[in-house]
Structure formats: structure tokens, C-alpha cells
Design a protein around this ligand. Structure first.
Ligand code: THG
Length: 369
């Protein structure tokens, strides 16, 4: 497969930080929520090692916000997710699978509760806003639904606390995982959460003003020199090792939340009212026939532009790899795969065709680390 340049346009949106990440040497993009999302800088492996040791600043503006406010906002947000939000609190972030009326996955946002009647759904790559508007219209709910101009800068890596403390003060070290606060830097308030799409610890700054965000970007690099700060992005190797799932890659609207291992975020017993609840009860009763698991393959590279089939010795289908990368830590290709029930035992062996050669691998549990 050759790579072709990607043409920017109004439809394929830039971010307030695009000029800056290009000056910092972004080397590839992907498209996410109709927006540019950087995919690599120096190289996947160089970015990976740096992320695990130092601190990076990521342009993740493509994680768009769907703002839902108004009298019925809590009701609408609950209708969209199988996670019980009845005891949710202002100042907290909730990772929550969204499901449709068939019990199939629509998205897996982080839901930020700004007030009892104001929510931000920080979405993965699907058009959640239309689903929300459709439900609001159908159910005649009193809500406002919009995509506000919010552009996230993530600060990720083991030295992220040190860098963020230099900007926002020492008290930021006490901010708990999946909590957010408005913090001050140079007379301006920023929404800062302890979260991010890596397991190397870090923060996300939900920037509500483009110029302030660009200024903040430059300060992060100026104050981050002593921590060896670099521009980075969600890293394919690191996120697979950490089993951080990617909507559209690992699961999509043909999969249900049980198949995607979201069991701990599914509440069918309480009085929570959400679309697809009856369907999920049926799916639970019947039991699932496939689920996401890890795979390890004895090879040093893999190209993933479509699902890859896994076969057993008799050429029966074991499952399909949906994301994969070479891991310098495991010295193998590791991946996330939808595995059929007969093969759920970790250590099951399979065959896989990579660039017209056959390699062998084994099923394993997630996460890898
Ligand atoms: N940050 C923000 N918005 C986002 C993402 C993000 N929107 C899109 C996408 N990422 C949503 N997907 C995820 C997937 C995993 C996590 C966050 C967002 C995550 N999971 C932790 C884990 O799996 O260990 C914690 C989950 C929990 O237990 O609550 O962090 O990255 N703003």
C-alpha cells in the first residue's frame, strides 16, 4: 500500500494548533471527527519511547465536545449510555459506552459533568451530535445541543505532573484521576482534567479560546524544556499495550458493549432508563459468541488497513485482528482482536497471513501490561 497526501479543506478541519504541530514535525495524520489528528512525529517507536520516559504535548482537538444543556439534559445523557449516571457528580469524568436502540455501540466518550444541567460528551470518532438531536426531537426533550469551540491539549507522560505544576501550581498534583477543575494560568481559567489516552499518566486541558490555547501551547514548550518535552500524539503501540480501545478500529456500530468488554459500565438492574436497555438484557441472557481479546504474533511488523483473519489448524475462523503494532517491549506484534467463543482460552494458537506469508500467534488476555 502506498501512502498519498491528504488534502485539507473546510470539511477536513484543522485545529488551532495545526500550524504549531507542523512546525514541530508532525509526520502523519489520521482523520477523526472530520478533523486532523496527528498520528506520528519522529516515528511510532521513537514517539513511544519518549512518551514512556518524559512528557509530550498532544493536539487532540479532534476529541470534539458535544454539549448538552438545559432542563432535560441529565435525562438525555442517561438515555444515551448504559453506564448508570444517577450518582454522578459535578467535577467528575465518566468513561461511558453509548448504545443505540439495538444495543449496539455508537461511541465511547468521556462524559464530563459541568453542572447538573450542563454536560460535555468528549467523543470518539462518530457523529454523536445527530444521535443526540434525534433522541431529543423524538422524546420532545427541553435541551440545547451544540459542538462548542473546545480544543483539547493533552499533556502526557511520567513528567506531566512536573510540567503542569510549573504552569498551574503545585496543587495540580492532588487532582484525582478522572476529576476536573478550572485552574488559572496568566489570569485565565482553564478546564483541566486528569485523564488522557495513554497509561503514562497525564492531563487534558479543554481550551475554550483559540488564542489562549496557542499561547498555552507555546508556554508548555518553553517551560517544558527541562523535562525534554516533545510534541506527540496518541501512540498506537502504547495504547494497544494499555488496551485503550478505539471506536471504529477495535469496535463499532456492529458490536455490542458485552463484546467490547464494557461489562463494568453496563447497568441493567437499577432504574436507569436508556435506549437499548431491553436489547442488552436479551443479549446478556443469551450470552455473547465473540469478544475482544489480545493477540501476540511472532513477527516484527504488520500493516493494518483492514481486519485480518485468524485461522486454526483446520482453517476454521478463530477471529479477526482489528488493531495491531510491533511492540518493542514484547518483541512481537501485539493486537486487539474479536475472538470467537470456542477460542477464548488464552494461549490458543492461530495462523495469520501478513504480506502473503503465514505467521503464528497466540490469544491472550487484555491488557497486555
Ligand atoms: N480523552 C478525551 N476524550 C476522548 C478520549 C480521551 N474521546 C475519545 C476517546 N478518547 C474516548 N475513548 C476513551 C477510551 C479509554 C479511556 C478514555 C477515553 C480511558 N480509559 C481508562 C482505562 O481504560 O483504564 C479509564 C476508564 C475508567 O475506568 O473509567 O482513559 O482520551 N477527553
Amino acid at each position: 500500500m502506498r501512502n498519498f497526501p491528504i488534502v485539507k479543506s473546510r470539511r477536513l478541519r484543522s485545529t488551532p494548533y495545526t500550524d504549531r504541530i507542523e512546525a514541530h514535525g508532525v509526520s502523519s495524520y489520521t482523520v477523526y471527527n472530520h478533523m486532523l489528528l496527528p498520528a506520528s512525529f519522529k516515528s511510532l517507536e521513537s514517539d513511544y519511547h519518549h512518551l514512556k520516559k518524559f512528557v509530550q504535548v498532544w493536539d487532540v482537538a479532534a476529541e470534539r465536545q458535544v454539549e448538552i444543556s438545559g432542563k432535560d439534559s441529565a435525562k438525555l445523557v442517561q438515555l444515551m449510555t448504559c453506564r448508570d449516571l444517577s450518582n454522578s457528580k459535578v467535577g467528575k469524568c465518566y468513561y461511558a459506552p453509548l448504545v443505540d436502540h439495538k444495543g449496539l455501540l455508537v461511541n465511547d466518550p468521556i462524559i464530563n459533568k459541568l453542572a447538573d444541567d450542563r454536560w460535555w460528551l468528549s467523543i470518539a470518532d462518530s457523529d454523536v451530535i445527530f444521535f443526540a438531536k434525534g433522541l431529543a426531537a423524538g422524546k420532545k426533550l427541553e435541551v440545547e445541543i451544540s459542538e462548542p469551540n473546545v480544543n483539547i491539549l493533552a499533556v502526557q507522560g511520567p513528567l506531566s505532573d512536573d510540567l503542569m505544576a510549573k504552569l498551574f501550581g503545585e496543587k495540580i498534583r492532588e487532582l484525582k484521576f478522572f476529576n476536573f477543575q478550572y485552574l488559572e494560568f496568566k489570569d485565565r481559567q482553564y478546564f483541566v482534567a486528569r485523564s488522557g489516552w495513554s497509561k503514562q499518566s497525564g492531563f487534558e486541558i479543554y481550551v475554550e479560546d483559540n488564542l489562549a490555547g496557542q499561547d498555552l501551547y507555546d508556554y508548555l514548550f518553553e517551560l517544558g524544556k527541562e523535562f525534554n518535552v516533545r510534541a506527540g500524539c496518541p501512540n498506537l503501540i502504547e495504547r494497544i499495550e494499555s488496551a485503550l480501545l478505539s471506536y471504529g478500529n477495535d469496535f463499532d456500530n456492529r458490536d455490542n458493549p458485552f463484546e467490547a468488554n464494557f461489562d463494568k459500565f453496563i447497568n441493567l438492574d437499577s432504574n436507569v432508563d436508556f435506549i437499548g436497555k431491553e436489547k442488552l438484557k436479551k443479549i446478556q441472557q443469551k450470552g455473547i459468541e465473540r469478544k475482544l481479546m489480545g493477540v501476540k504474533i511472532d513477527h516484527d511488523k504488520i500493516d493494518m488497513y483492514c481486519e485480518k483473519t485468524l485461522l486454526d489448524d483446520e482453517n476454521n475462523i478463530v477471529g479477526y485482528v482489528r488493531s495491531a503494532a510491533y511492540s518493542p517491549t514484547f518483541k512481537k506484534v501485539i493486537g486487539i482482536a474479536m475472538i470467537n467463543k470456542p477460542y477464548w482460552d488464552a494461549k490458543t494458537q492461530f495462523k495469520i497471513d501478513i504480506s502473503e506469508k503465514i505467521f503464528v500467534g497466540k490469544i491472550c488476555d487484555l491488557p497486555f501490561i
